[in-house]
Design a protein around this ligand. Structure first.
Ligand SMILES: C[S@@+](CC[C@H](N)C(=O)[O-])C[C@H]1O[C@@H](n2cnc3c(N)ncnc32)[C@H](O)[C@@H]1O
Length: 248
């Protein structure tokens, strides 16, 4: 469904609820770190009280010697939103460790309107251990939903769909478009290659015609209610989960 059709839905709700589905205007977008530390993902000692762990028990004499431990975190405690395995680890050490076991799927999203979902998609990509997230279109993206997980996730920018498609082709990665449009196949029945890029669209317009044309296949998440679609970041989480169910 394109934007014009959406306006013509005829239910008196045309456009209603769409504009608020994650557009910008919150001043949080861009390359800054707005939102950092809000969930305890910030630096040592930052974050929510009662979340995470306090200073390493026993004081400095009891500190572990391994190089991945961060003295600041050992001293002040670690309230970042990281799994227990990474408590007190330096951020670079966590990224290096993740890099040894990343999954071979990538995630891409079109970014023409500063969709707020991009941050949440980056967070899910981190959780499901995607290789890299590709932002197509505007370089600045809304980081609020990422809750600082972008620091642990490789994120690459592509000027436009053509540049993204050229990169994917060069890397030998099939592009799997994710949208509920004509011709899409239910993701639970579709081929989902182990090495691939999962490409998502924005709230409102969904995937552009160019993006759909760049894909080797289109998959959708089956729905059963009255809404035309689910939230883009929810869709991304479902499909990443489905990839992990098959391959991880
Ligand atoms: C608001 S939806 C796009 C519009 C949708 N094609 C429509 O007709 O309303 C935004 C994005 O979320 C993802 N999405 C939402 N619901 C989906 C579903 N049921 N299946 C696959 N992707 C979905 C897609 O990536 C899509 O581009």
């Amino acid at each position: 469904m394109n934007a014009t059709e959406r306006q013509e839905d005829g239910d008196g709700q045309a456009g209603a609820g769409q504009a608020g589905d994650g557009q910008d205007g919150d001043g949080q977008d861009g390359d800054g770190q707005a939102g950092d530390g809000q969930a305890g993902d910030g630096q040592a000692g930052a974050g929510l009280p009662g979340v995470g762990v306090g200073p390493w028990p026993g004081g400095v004499d009891a500190w572990p010697a391994e190089p991945w431990f961060d003295p600041e975190l050992l001293a002040a405690g670690d309230t970042r939103n990281v799994i227990d395995r990474y408590r007190y680890w330096r951020m670079e050490a966590i990224v290096a460790d993740l890099d040894t076991r990343r999954h071979p799927f990538h995630v891409a999203i079109e970014n023409w309107q500063h969709d707020m979902n991009i941050g949440s998609i980056v967070r899910s990509a981190n959780a499901f251990l995607a290789d890299t997230v590709h932002i197509i279109g505007r370089r600045r993206w809304n980081r609020r939903g990422a809750m600082v997980t972008d620091r642990y996730q490789h994120v690459v920018h592509h000027e436009d769909v053509a540049a993204f498609a050229a990169w994917a082709s060069g890397a030998g990665l099939p592009v799997v478009a994710v949208d509920n449009v004509e011709g899409s196949v239910a993701v639970d029945r579709a081929d989902l290659p182990e090495r691939c890029v999962l490409l998502f669209g924005q709230e409102g317009p969904g995937l552009s015609a160019e993006a759909l044309a760049a894909a080797s296949g289109i998959v959708e998440i089956r729905q059963y209610g009255s809404t035309r679609s689910i939230n883009a970041s929810a869709a991304a989480a479902v499909v990443m989960y489905e990839w992990c169910r098959r391959w991880a």
